[in-house]
Ligand binder design. Structure first.
Ligand code: OGA
Ligand code: MN
Length: 215
């Protein structure tokens, strides 16, 4: 049996949250609509999450595309395996707690009315990707802000698999973001179409959404 490490205690109690980084995120969301933050979480938490995703990656279920009844799995559109985060696990709870602090911090600064947060681990195998899409359509979803947190140490340019963020109108590529360990990207769900470029290496992340009140 694996004995619990002191790390496991540190990440669940007195998790340091950083008001200064909340200021930066809020300011970026207000001015450009998205934020890219390197080394966003406490390192102990990022490391624990990266161990966790490797452990559960074999149990990840194929993600579906589409709304309501049309929950079809389509290799051509997206190819990630997912596992929803739950409070039954200490490491997942620690992440959810940190994001809860962020939710409160953003509500205090921007009055967005973020009500709750849902998130899943995502694993893309080599050759996988996710076509250009919006995470929410204005007025039809309660997803307000999308978050992606990356768990890939030593990501190289030849691994590709970048997150591409497009402008809301026209076909302007705004950002090309490698999924580097510790980087968090946050953007307005109904505003920015985005895609995951075909990855040449196994790619680990946590995708999540802050939602408004009402389903
Ligand atoms: C998503 C998504 C982006 C990424 O899961 O909806 O767009 O970089 N993910 O993993
Ligand atoms: Mn998306």
């Amino acid at each position: 049996m694996k004995t619990p490490k002191p790390l496991d205690i540190n990440i669940t109690e007195n998790l340091p949250t950083n008001e200064a980084s909340f200021d930066l995120i809020a300011n970026a969301l207000e001015t450009v609509g998205y934020a890219i933050i390197a080394d966003c979480l406490p390192i102990a938490l990022s490391l624990a999450l990266s161990e966790r995703i490797i452990l559960i990656s074999s149990e990840c279920k194929r993600a579906g595309v589409g709304r309501g009844q049309t929950h079809l799995i389509d290799d051509l559109i997206r190819s990630d395996g997912i596992h929803w985060l739950q409070t039954g696990n200490l490491v997942e709870t620690a992440y959810l707690k940190w994001m809860e602090q962020l939710r409160l911090g953003l509500n205090r600064r921007l009055f967005l009315g973020l009500f709750d947060y849902e998130s899943h681990f995502a694993v893309y195998e080599t050759g996988g990707g996710y076509h250009k899409h919006l995470d929410a359509f204005q007025g039809t979803s309660n997803r307000l802000l999308s978050t992606v947190f990356y768990l890939n140490p030593h990501w190289l340019p030849e691994h590709c698999g970048e997150l591409l963020i497009h402008g809301p109108i026209g076909d302007i590529l705004l950002e090309t973001i490698p999924p580097d360990f510790g980087t968090m990207v946050i953007f307005q769900s109904a505003v920015f179409p985005h895609e995951v470029a075909i990855t040449q290496h196994k790619r680990y992340s946590i995708a999540g959404w802050f939602r408004g009140r009402g389903a």
